[in-house]
Design a protein around this ligand. Sequence first.
Ligand code: R2B
Ligand code: URA
Length: 304
Amino acid sequence: MDEKDYSEDGYVILRNPHIKEMEQDFLYHISLSSGSQDLVEMFSDVKFVCMGGTPRRMEKFAHFVQKELDIKLPTGAALCDISARSYRYSMYKIGPVISVSHGMGIPSLSILLHEIIKLMYHARCQDVTFLRLGTCGGIGIPPGSLVITEEAVDGMMRNYLELDILGKKVQRLAVLDKDLAKELKDIADQEITESKAFFGKTMCTNDFYEGQGRLDGAFCDYTIDDKMAFLKEIHLKGVTNMEMESLAFAAMCHHAGIRGAVICVSLLNRLLGDQISASKEVMEEWQERPQQLAIKFIKKRLNM
Ligand code: R2B
Ligand code: URA
């Protein structure tokens, strides 16, 4: 993204004139409200919003952030899920970091991002960076590898998110911040020794099975040759991995003028199979890798 895509004062760009006119805004799915809570007091110091699919992983990340940033809680206090009463997403705040779950797929991530972007606006946060820390299927790379998304594309290799709004197709460019992605890749190359990091296009699909060309879903109307031809073709076009949220993440960050990056760990090499068969222990360890990279980046930004 160019500098002109960001607001000069670092605030999020809220492209909705109606919000200002509302007496209060209920952020229903994260269980917060601009009327009954002082969101500025609660959240104005936030600089990093880290999100990932599952509540458990993001709770673990919150504890990891607390330890790594050496944030002491007052005696008797404990990290708690701010959005617990929504029963939808889990959210934690640890100093300048929010750790929040987004569920699976674009619709779930999109609802969360609408409310988180509005939260950043109501709280008057400045210069915030959003990171998605996720899992993916790698294409032609070893399982356990880190992938930093250079560009998100849909299942047809288009680099925009298409929405149906009031009966019309609306397209939003899915652009990610190149400098941020490069910075993350450099940190990964220098400091994450357990695995190699790749930089590439991420194909974001609306389905895990047929949408990602798997042969092991409940339905399959194509052959193994069709599948392999497709995976090889997109690999040649620079696709390194597949997951289910990056396109909306990129498009929504771009539209809001927020710097965002997607860091995933690959759970398998799709050129060799479809089933995710690594042990729970191995997968736990792999899923810590995007979190480790995020922490190293955050500490660097905080001069720690
Ligand atoms: C990666 O993993 C999930 C599917 O298993 C999905 O949320 C994604 O993007
Ligand atoms: N997540 C996906 O979306 N696809 C995979 O293959 C693995 C994780």
